[in-house]
Design a protein around this ligand. Structure first.
Ligand SMILES: Cc1ncc(C[n+]2csc(CCOP(=O)(O)OP(=O)(O)O)c2C)c(N)n1
Ligand SMILES: [Mg+2]
Length: 354
């Protein structure tokens, strides 16, 4: 077992009871807003999974179970701040105003990225692990040189923390006091590698050695994530340098729709984590304080169904993926090997070509 030296910061326990001292009071409006955002994000994620199973998407990586880590952090940002996501930050993407169709285009294989990053202050999804941490650091150094007071938020995973790029980004960000917040969603798995085989020292502990402000938080507690993110942003905006948050969450689904987690993960482990569901926790908080009535829950349910339906129609309105286009983006001038592979692949008709 990896030792966690500091207990993760928590404001709402899994049963919905409040703990600790929040910076801001835990109020009914915010609780309802979080409940709604997380429920809609989950409905979108469910629908995208169905669309992949129906053959409408090539692949899908779920955000199931990670809604609090994403909503708690993204809502702490200001509009002028800029985000570098990894590849499963769908709740954060929706919050930044991306449409379902924009998010799905890449996974349908019809775009390298379905949105204009500048329009949403939300960079393209990056599948090369930890590469976005260097991009984020460079971007933050640019902001610093422009004397802009925006902050950059970069998401990454527990597995990505082992990449050399992560260490380089942490180091150079600290040396330059770059205005960047590194937010690790430690979801306990990197495909089939559990965290105890990934590292012996927790990510938030290693962060301190680089000179980063760091904290560890219960990543399934949306209020705690929001609170810690605000503290990190205050630190960064004061000019004191970059920060890192390790949000302890759990990847409830497989790594992707191409993965079978039953090969390496026990049912008991999954059942244990079902009890820490971030949406159920806010529902319990709402119920305990009588902060939401049936009409509220029905309204959220109706909005979730509407989002699912919009997700379906926007996906089906995207073009059909065309196999030959993929070969056109590998090398500028092609070459015999690529040409042969293209001919063979098209002959097999693995994907509709028109
Ligand atoms: C540089 C690099 N190496 C390997 C891979 C293959 N790969 C894709 S996702 C993944 C696991 C990532 O785990 P983690 O960072 O914990 O993120 P999670 O998928 O759990 O959100 C690996 C090894 C990759 N995409 N990029
Ligand atoms: Mg992971």
């Amino acid at each position: 077992m990896t030792e966690t030296f500091t207990p993760p910061f928590q404001l709402i326990a899994p049963d919905g009871t409040t703990r600790g001292k929040p910076e801001h009071p835990i109020d009914p409006d915010t609780a309802r807003t979080y409940y709604r955002s997380m429920t809609l994000a989950r409905a979108f994620d469910d629908e995208a999974t169905f669309l992949q199973r129906r053959g409408e998407l090539g692949l899908w990586l779920r955000s199931l179970g990670q809604e609090a880590a994403q909503i708690g952090s993204i809502t702490a940002l200001q509009d002028r701040d800029y985000v570098f996501p990894s590849y499963r930050e769908h709740a954060a993407a929706l919050h930044r105003g991306l449409s379902p169709g924009e998010i799905l285009a890449q996974w349908r294989g019809v775009s390298h990225s379905g949105w204009n990053p500048a329009e949403h202050g939300f960079h393209i999804y990056t599948l090369v692990l930890a590469a976005q941490l260097l991009h984020a650091t460079g971007y933050a150094m640019g902001i610093q040189r422009d004397r802009d007071d925006g902050v950059v938020l970069a998401y990454f995973g527990d597995g990505a923390s082992s990449e050399g790029d992560a260490g380089e980004a942490f180091n150079i960000a600290a040396v330059n006091a770059a205005p960047v917040l590194f937010l690790c969603q430690n979801n306990a798995w990197a495909i089939s590698t559990p965290t105890h085989k990934q590292f012996a020292s927790p990510i938030h502990v290693r962060a301190k050695a680089y000179g980063l402000w760091s904290a560890v938080v219960d990543g399934n507690d949306v209020f705690a994530v929001r609170d810690v993110t605000e503290r990190a942003l205050d630190h960064i905006r004061s000019g004191a340098g970059p920060a890192l948050i390790e949000a302890l969450t759990y990847r409830r689904a497989g790594h992707s729709t191409a993965d079978d987690p039953t090969r390496y993960r026990s049912d008991a482990e999954l059942a244990d984590h079902a009890a820490t569901d971030p949406i159920a926790r806010v529902a319990a908080l709402l119920a305990q304080h009588d902060w939401a009535d049936d009409a509220f829950f029905k309204d959220v349910e109706r909005d979730a169904r509407a989002l699912a339906s919009r997700t379906r129609s926007e996906c089906l309105a995207l073009p059909e993926p065309r196999l030959e286009t993929y070969f056109g983006h590998v090398l500028a001038d092609g070459g015999a090997v690529l040409d042969n592979e293209r001919t063979a692949a098209l002959a097999r008709h693995l994907v509709p070509t028109s």
